[in-house]
Design a protein around this ligand. Structure first.
Ligand code: LP5
Ligand code: MN
Length: 244
């Protein structure tokens, strides 16, 4: 029995193998555990809860809802427009951007991870804009098709801009990490976003702290990766069912 964490699945209809992998994970790995946390970027993008009529989105939500354990979802930089209707459809509790939960006896900071990338100034400016409630209200008032077209345009711009940014700029800033440990007074944090699957150790004011980074699923190397935390400690799982 453990608490399971995944992030950055980037699910979308054009990735059927990935979709199947996630649905099988929900059926074969998740049952019997204590809780499931989806730490952002579950979808390649989420244009608004009125997109729940889309059969692909409805299928994913139903598959998550069918898991009989507490389920939590945290907004990523691609699906921060999740609202109450998504949560109802997926049977998940929506968490704020940063939250401390007791995970198997250890107070643990949970976040998507994009807020730690403070050197990526262009992204942080963009984030401030799209996380503004007035901006979101205006955006969501536009027709769904128009929103999707704008998101497609944004994805192209983002990919172009990422090519101009160094790997260091797109990673977490160490001071931001230390600050997060201090602000929340925790010794453990779990996040995704950078896709750089690893566990990093820090000395924060004489306290040994650990930062677990989840890997993404759409890169074949890391498809099926998850973190499992139990009172015995934590372990990494890399789940890939035998090819039939
Ligand atoms: O996601 P990832 O890891 O590939 O890249 C992120 C940052 N990029 C993004 C953009 C998303 O990938 C695109 C999909 C988002 C859908 C959201 C839906 C609702 C909003 C819709 C708005 C139209 O988050 C990338 C980071 C990278 O992580 C590493 O941390 O570098 O950031 C960027 O590339 C952003 C650019 O630097 C700034 C972009 C400015 C574009 C301004 C145009 C605004 C258009 C608004 C139209 C209404
Ligand atoms: Mn992300």
């Amino acid at each position: 029995m453990a608490v399971l964490f995944v992030s950055d699945l980037h699910l979308c209809p054009t990735r059927p193998v990935l979709t199947g992998l996630f649905c099988d994970f929900l059926k074969d790995v998740v049952p019997g555990n204590d809780a499931l946390y989806l730490l952002g970027d579950l979808f390649e993008y989420w244009a608004g809860d009125d997109d729940l009529d889309d059969p692909f989105n409805a299928r994913i939500c139903a598959a998550i809802k069918a898991c009989e354990l507490p389920k939590y979802v945290l907004p990523g930089n691609r699906d921060f427009l999740f609202g109450a209707d998504f949560c109802k459809a997926a049977g998940c509790e929506l968490l704020p951007d940063e939250i401390v939960h007791d995970i198997a006896g250890t107070p643990t900071l949970l976040l998507h991870g994009d807020t730690l990338c403070t050197d990526d100034v262009a992204y942080q400016d963009f984030r401030r804009m799209v996380r503004n409630p007035q901006w979101q209200e205006a955006f969501l008032a536009r027709p769904l098709a128009e929103r999707k077209a704008q998101i497609e345009q944004l994805r192209l711009q983002s990919e172009q801009q990422k090519q101009q940014k160094s790997m260091a700029i797109m990673d977490v800033n160490k001071d931001a990490v230390i600050d997060a440990f201090r602000r929340h007074n925790v010794s453990a944090m779990i996040h995704g976003h950078t896709h750089r699957l690893a566990s990093h150790y820090y000395d924060v004011d004489g306290r040994k702290c650990v930062r677990h980074v989840l890997g993404d699923w759409h890169d074949h190397m890391n498809g099926g990766n998850y973190l499992a935390c139990s009172p015995d400690g934590w372990r990494r799982g890399m789940w890939w069912p035998e090819a039939e």
